[in-house]
Unconditional design. Structure first.
Length: 300
């Protein structure tokens, strides 16, 4: 099958590589050409724009950083949507707010294009190993058409309902991911300020009822202070918390903890931590603690 892939960042490059490993013919586009070089070296074809890519494929995957990037690739001057024909399928694996996903579905369907919103859960390592989870919103028959392709990239595919429902579940997932990480980081900072060693805190908390399972994977980064080569860059998690807050505003849900957490991540971005793994929020909070005057901080 001829497949188009737009967006070859941390996750998209690995997802596209797995499609290629299963024998699918790829045509690819990325804003930065060199990110496509490994795929092109293995036989993928380069398209000069999303518009040039569209007519040549049966299915297009997008894996882009934020809604504005998707809108540009789809509806912009060189966007692909107006160059597709009835029956072609667009699968958006990006993390976006549900209302945006539904708007994109409507734009596609107005031209007879089949659309699935299929955001993913998983790290870059899981992407490389084809162990992603897809949260799919859209028509069941369109999912069945694309299931063999999704199975090249992931080992769990959940049909969440109609348009926007995959994005809805991903919003909840990443809202929890961001707030839990920030809360755990704050707990570590509190424990250390009380004289507990980081080793004792990790041994006591990880694997227990107060810590989410994913936090164990962040221990090595925190202990070693190694936040480079991010599994999930801090700036993109902050973006997802913002989109969760936007979604809550649209539905009237109250999200006080999420709004505080997203601003903490924003402050970390302002300190130059945006490209680091989102677990660097611990280091940001610890350094902020160290910068405070010690007087008045010792418990009485």
């Amino acid at each position: 099958m001829k497949i188009g892939f737009v967006g070859l960042g941390i996750m998209g490059s690995r997802m596209a590589a797995n499609l290629q490993k299963h024998g699918h013919s790829l045509i690819v586009f990325n804003r930065t050409r060199e990110k496509a070089d490994p795929l092109v070296a293995e036989g993928a074809r380069w398209a000069d724009s999303p518009a040039a890519l569209g007519p040549q494929v049966e299915v297009i995957f997008t894996m882009l950083a934020h809604p504005a990037a998707i809108q540009e690739a789809v509806l912009g001057k060189d966007g692909f949507l107006s160059h597709l024909g009835p029956g072609q399928i667009w699968v958006d694996c990006s993390t976006v707010n549900p209302s945006f996903s539904r708007n994109m579905a409507a734009e596609a369907q107005a031209q007879g294009i089949r659309f699935l919103g299929a955001p993913v859960t998983g790290s870059k390592g899981q992407a490389a190993l084809a162990q992603l989870t897809f949260w799919v919103g859209g028509e069941a028959n369109d999912l069945e058409t694309c299931r063999p392709l999704l199975e090249c990239m992931g080992n769990r595919i959940i049909h969440c309902g109609g348009q926007g429902m995959g994005a809805s579940l991903k919003m909840v997932m990443n809202q929890l991911l961001g707030t839990v990480m920030a809360t755990f980081a704050e707990g570590l900072v509190l424990g250390e300020s009380l004289g507990l060693s980081r080793k004792v805190l990790f041994e006591a908390l990880l694997g227990g009822p107060a810590a989410a399972p994913f936090l164990a994977s962040k221990r090595e980064r925190i202990e070693g202070g190694n936040y480079e080569e991010a599994d999930f860059p801090l700036r993109w998690l902050q973006k997802d918390l913002h989109l969760a807050a936007v979604s809550a505003y649209e539905t009237g849900a109250a999200m006080p903890l999420t709004n505080v957490a997203k601003e903490i991540y924003r402050l970390a971005i302002r300190e130059g931590r945006g490209s680091e793994d989102f677990s660097a929020i611990y280091d940001y909070l610890a350094q902020s603690q160290d910068a405070q005057p010690s007087e008045g901080r010792t418990p009485q």
